[in-house]
Design a protein around this ligand. Structure first.
Ligand SMILES: NC(=O)c1ccc[n+]([C@@H]2O[C@H](COP(=O)([O-])OP(=O)(O)OC[C@H]3O[C@@H](n4cnc5c(N)ncnc54)[C@H](OP(=O)(O)O)[C@@H]3O)[C@@H](O)[C@H]2O)c1
Length: 324
């Protein structure tokens, strides 16, 4: 917290500079988005299948639209099938090749039914975008009333989807791709909103010893503290705490899994990365964001289509790698 006039001035100067830098980057990206992929970059075709979760609205819907626009066959999924049908109509009317299916990432039987349908109808998939997510806090709220739902959807839902989809990922010499939509709020070493516990931060940062157990244990400790009311003094990220913990866990899981997936033989590689879409004008932010859904979807689409397939286990924002 700035405590003198000069501290406040410095802080303001820093904010202005970073806003300027960000605006410039967004302008560059708008330009990059107008440049079509060349033939030698296009490793995909109409036979390439992408699955997007929570895609009936917001960033997920836009990711479907942009992937389909690039000529990929997209499966738009939604926990409400009537909404999914309405959503694909809009895209199909625009001439895009999009199908839909019901999928609730909180429900294992829904995931299994979807997996069976996908295998039977499409033989598997090439790209998985884990976009489904919830947040129940707005502005300066920081309630953990819905922490269970937030953690179950954002972290365990993503994990369950990945576990169910990996066996269905098609072998390919360019590698299948998983893109997790996460958030800078879940950064381990961000300037603000980070875990207060140095030992835990180090444990989660140490990619050599990071394990699924460590990540689950972290999330479970948070949930226990929510249940017994001690979370406030637990040293958890101070903003949107439950949401930040859920995204921190997905970020860590992305890193952990990328190492495991690297062990797969050539021809069966799966590359996994995560990205922050920015503060996007969607229902999740009460439409209070600073970037459009087109901008928010951009890095997810770019990562899904990366011609340089060897990139894995990284965190991105605005088409650039950022620190976890
Ligand atoms: N907006 C931002 O500023 C921002 C910033 C950083 C990260 N993100 C992330 O971006 C992703 C998309 O968010 P958004 O901003 O586009 O919000 P949104 O418009 O609220 O979309 C969220 C989507 O997730 C779906 N969903 C929620 N629970 C689900 C479940 N159990 N199973 C399947 N789908 C489920 C929602 O379906 P219903 O319509 O049925 O509710 C909706 O389609 C989220 O992971 C979010 O955390 C957003």
């Amino acid at each position: 917290m700035p405590n003198s006039q000069s501290d406040r001035k410095r802080e303001m100067g820093h904010k202005e500079k970073s806003k300027e830098k960000k605006d410039k980057r967004m302008q560059q990206i708008s330009l990059l988005r107008t440049i079509p992929y060349s033939d030698h970059q296009r490793w995909w075709s109409k036979e390439t299948i992408a699955v997007v979760t929570g895609a009936n609205r917001g960033i997920g819907f836009e990711i479907c639209k942009q992937l389909a626009y690039h000529g990929i066959t997209v499966i738009l999924t939604s926990r409400d099938d009537s909404v999914a049908i309405e959503s694909i109509k809009v895209l199909q009317e625009g001439g895009l090749d999009v199908a839909c299916h019901k999928l609730d990432v909180l429900d294992s039987s829904s995931i299994n039914q979807f997996a069976e349908w996908l295998k039977e109808n499409y033989g598997g998939l090439d790209i998985l975008v884990n976009n489904a997510g919830v947040n129940f806090n707005f502005g300066s709220d920081n309630s953990v009333e819905n922490a269970h739902k937030v953690i179950e959807t954002n972290y365990y839902g993503t994990k369950k989807m990945i576990e169910a989809m990996i066996p269905l990922m098609k072998p390919s010499n360019v590698g299948a791709r998983i893109v997790n939509v996460t958030s800078r709020l879940g950064r381990l070493n961000g300037r603000r909103n980070r875990l207060d516990n140095d030992a835990l931060r180090e444990k989660l940062s140490d990619i050599e010893s990071l394990s699924e157990e460590i990540i689950d244990e972290t999330v479970n400790t948070f949930m226990q503290q929510v249940e017994n009311g001690s979370w406030v003094s637990g040293g958890w990220p101070p903003k949107f705490t439950d949401y930040s913990v859920s995204k921190l866990a997905v970020n860590a899981y992305t890193r952990f899994l990328s190492k495991k997936l690297c062990e797969r033989p050539e021809g069966q590689k799966i590359y996994i990365n995560c990205y922050c879409p920015g503060w996007v004008k969607t229902a999740l932010t009460g439409y209070a964001g600073s970037v459009t859904v087109e901008e928010g979807a951009d890095t997810g689409v770019w990562l899904s289509l990366l011609p340089d397939q060897a990139i894995t286990g990284k965190f991105f924002a605005e088409r650039r790698e950022i620190h976890f």
